[in-house]
Design a protein around this ligand. Structure first.
Ligand code: URA
Length: 275
């Protein structure tokens, strides 16, 4: 069972208020769960518990909105930013119900980001147990060797634990930099940057180009569009069932990764392992 979300998260995902405002409401004793005044940090099940704010029942919104945004750089992935920086919500015209981002992209990263008011789907898409694939195009300073790429793809140890196997495909390189595509099945904070840092490389550019089997397509940074019903269905199907055998999946990715590398390395003669 995945852990239940905290009340302030539920309230923000239901569109009642931002997470900070929801915390304030809880602190003020305006929120009850099953008739009992809620406490800050309390968890609840939005599909079963009776949650009330100011004595009015709050429910999940029935009209669902799913927007695919190409987040530009220098925009923060939050609903409101205490520092007053532009947020991803500023990219979308008003008139939609209260939306929130699914997962996070760094301030200086760009690319695929979903905004929705579907708390359930958002929760599952971001939950590590569903291992939703996300693909990043990464510009790295320097030229990682084949061995280093293989090591990184097998997993490295970070301060918050080892990373799961991921798929890395070298795209091209110049004398100074390399471009690679990485597909991860977990979404920890600054994960791509931290993984490369661990190998002694810094990330110069980062763009998420695919998420959950959907692509950014021709959407330019700053543009957005609603997902098509078939795309929403694809995401729903992806997180419908509990993931199967983790080890089996990891082995498969590792095998794919290695065969990809072999093929790519043959095709791109400029990338050679260092002596
Ligand atoms: N990894 C990072 O380092 N940053 C992101 O924004 C996403 C993945």
């Amino acid at each position: 069972m995945s852990p239940l979300p905290r009340l302030q998260k539920i309230l923000s995902e239901m569109g009642v208020a931002s997470r900070r405002q929801a915390e304030e409401m809880i602190r003020e004793g305006r929120v009850t769960v099953n008739g009992r005044v809620a406490q800050i940090g309390e968890k609840a099940d939005p599909s079963r518990d009776h949650i009330k704010v100011d004595d009015r029942r709050v429910r999940l919104s029935t009209s669902r909105v799913y927007l695919l945004v190409n987040k530009p750089k220098n925009v923060v992935t939050t609903v409101d930013d205490p520092e007053g920086r532009p947020t991803v919500m500023d990219l979308v015209k008003s008139g939609y119900p209260r939306l929130f981002p699914v997962g996070r992209l760094d301030y200086d990263a760009e690319g695929f980001l979903l905004l929705t008011n579907d708390g359930g789907l958002a929760y599952r898409l971001s939950h590590p147990s569903f291992q939703v694939p996300r693909t990043y195009r990464v510009k790295v300073k320097g030229k990682p060797t084949l061995e280093e790429i293989q090591k990184l793809s097998r997993g490295v140890s970070l301060t918050d634990g080892p990373t799961a196997p991921c798929r890395i495909v070298p795209l091209r390189e110049t004398d100074e930099n390399s471009w690679l595509e990485m597909t991860l099945h977990e979404g920890r904070n600054h994960q791509v940057k931290r993984m490369w840092e661990k190998m002694g490389y810094s990330v110069l550019k980062l763009a998420r180009v695919r998420f959950g089997g959907l692509s950014l397509g021709k959407l330019k940074p700053g543009e957005y569009r609603p997902l098509r019903p078939a795309e929403v269905e694809k995401l729903e199907n992806l997180v419908q069932e509990r993931p199967g055998n983790l080890e089996e999946r990891q082995t498969r990715y590792l095998e794919d990764q290695l065969s990809d590398l072999r093929v790519r390395k043959r095709r791109i003669p400029r990338i050679r392992p260092r002596a």
